[in-house]
Structure formats: structure tokens, C-alpha cells
Write a protein that binds this ligand. Sequence first.
Ligand SMILES: [Mn+2]
Length: 317
Amino acid sequence: MTLHEIANKILPMNKIGITFHVSPDGDAAGSVLSLYQALKKIGKEAYMISKDTISYNLSFLPFSNELNGECVSPKEDSDCVIILDCGNKERISADLEGFKGTIINIDHHLSNDLYGDLNFIDVTASATAEIVYSLINLLNAEMDSDIAKCLYTALVTDTGSFRHSNATPTTHNIASELLKFDINHSDIHSNIFDNKPFEKLKLIGYVLGNTELIYEGKLAVMEITKDTVSRLNIVLDDSSDIISQGLQIRGVEGAVLFREVEDGVKVSLRSKKYLNVNKVASVFGGGGHIRASGITMKNISLNEAKNLVLNQIKEEI
Ligand SMILES: [Mn+2]
């Protein structure tokens, strides 16, 4: 199904819920907030569904205060729910049990399992926001600075400020169009990146201090135990800025971060040039992109998780 066809399906609809993946990042939040505003502009009864609240460094985004975790399922008589930036059903930040309307899945994850009634997946898009940008145009909704701010933030976060290999000429063209709408890109970067609690920096310092290099220096192995988190007295939401530090090491191809959580271990994987971390993650039921993926491992110890995942990476690196 083309995006044009998706737009034509949406146009006659009126009551539309929009949601994203759990623990929303800048792309998830920026995509949902921009489509929400655009749908309202063309007269739709749009609303956002989220079990999550938005992280502090994204709270500058217009209407992010409406993502307060109160609306967790579709409102009565909704025509459809549009799910943005979410690769699988289990990760949707909404309770869709018993929902009778149309489920529209719009995403850029390679590992997307096509759970929607209508699916549009473009793995060449650096961010779901690239697709949302096109969708907003197809819906004939007028761009403005608030929408542009949300979309630009999404592009910046998913491309690591336009430096990851996923950033394409299209990405830059869209960014260029968005910058015409009186948005301050420098302020946006500061809000996203120069906005960490002091404890987070201390945690990064601790994690880096204990990072190991294995496989002839090609893999950086990092870990965060529950003990470390409680000792540093930190509420840890997003850890993508921690693992990205691992890739900064000369000669490193990949980085892996093991994080002990209540019911198991969360694993983040990143790579620079050739290591297919989506392939590694998929072995354990995880996934994402070729250069950035994640796994949630339940009922497993930190050491068991490390053994399994590091052995699998050994095959690929
Ligand atoms: Mn994304």
C-alpha cells in the first residue's frame, strides 16, 4: 500500500487516535505530535493515546503536556488508530484490545511485523517523521512552526544530529524545508542534548569507566546494574546517549549496553559500518534497524544475557 493510498483512507475518517511505541523517543513523540496538530488543522477529531509520559528533554515540544499517560485506549467510536514508529504490537503504548476500528501502522523499522490493517513501512526513511512529513503534505494540512519543530526534533534524534548512516539527501531536504518555518535549530539541539540531570552525567562516567573492549577491540561492552542506578539515585528513562559514547572509541565497530531491569535485562546494540545488529537482536526476539537495535530479555540474569548476546555478536563481528 502506498502512502498516498493511506492518506486517502484517512481523509474520510473523523475520529482518529494516534499513538507510538512505549518509552517514546524523539522520533516517536515528534511524529505523533506533528500528525496530531496536522489532523486537527484539517478538521479531524484527533487525539493522542499514550501509556507513557514524555521525557524531560522533549517537554519543549508543543502539546507534549497532552501526553500525560491518561488516555491509554481508543475513545469510543474512533474510526482508526494510527500507530507511528512502532515495530511490533507488543510495544504499542496503547491498549487496543477489543478495538473495532482500523489500525494503521506507519513505521521505518526493518523488524516491523505488519500488525496493522493498513501498513506503510519505509525502511529507507531515517525517521518515521520523514514519512509523517510526506503524509501531512498528502493530507493537504498546512505546515507551521509548531509542526516543523516536532518533525525536526524527530529527525535530529533518529539520525544522531544527521550523522548516522541513515541520513539521506531526502532527510536533509526535509530538514531544509522545516527550517524555513521560523524554528531555532540550535535551541532544539540544546533542549534535546544539553539538558541532562547531573546524576545522568555521573552515570555515564561510571559506565564508561567500566566499559570493556573485546573481540580485538571491535566491540565495546557496557553495563548498568540495578545497584548502580539506585546508588547514583537516578531515574533512568533513555539510555541511547550512553551507548552512543561506546561507538566513539577508535577501532570499535559495535557497542552493546546491558541494563538490568526489574524482570530481566534490556540490551541496546549499535554499530558503525558493517555489523548487522538487527540480525543479532532478531535471534532473541528483538529488532530495530541494521545499525541500532534492542532486545528485551525476561527472567534472565545479567551474566546469562551477556553470555548469550556476546556469543551471537561474535558470529557477526
Ligand atoms: Mn524512529
